[in-house]
Design a protein around this ligand. Structure first.
Ligand SMILES: [Zn+2]
Length: 90
């Protein structure tokens, strides 16, 4: 079964507005970076939201999970213009 593209699945998804790394507020129009994991039942779920302070690579993969790092623009509580930056699986 083919998994949906993370960038497509996460485009328009609702997120918080506080950076999980530096606690800075993210405002509409700001760039944001999000880390998401794929779950068989729920699909792509955002686990961390960051402003542009964060890393652009996943780093060490977790337990073989399908993980992705995307960049986007934060717009009124949602992520828009999502593109994949790094992914733990090809
Ligand atoms: Zn930050």
């Amino acid at each position: 079964m083919t998994r949906p593209s993370p960038a497509a699945a996460l485009n328009g998804v609702q997120v918080g507005h506080i950076c999980d790394r530096c606690s800075r507020g993210i405002r509409t129009g700001d760039k944001a970076v999000a880390y998401a994991t794929y779950y068989e039942d729920d699909g792509w779920l955002i686990r961390r939201l960051m402003c542009d302070c964060g890393s652009r690579t996943i780093g060490l993969p977790t337990d073989g999970a399908d993980e992705v790092l995307v960049k986007a623009v934060y717009w009124r509580g949602r992520l828009v213009g999502v593109t994949t930056v790094d992914r733990s699986r090809p």
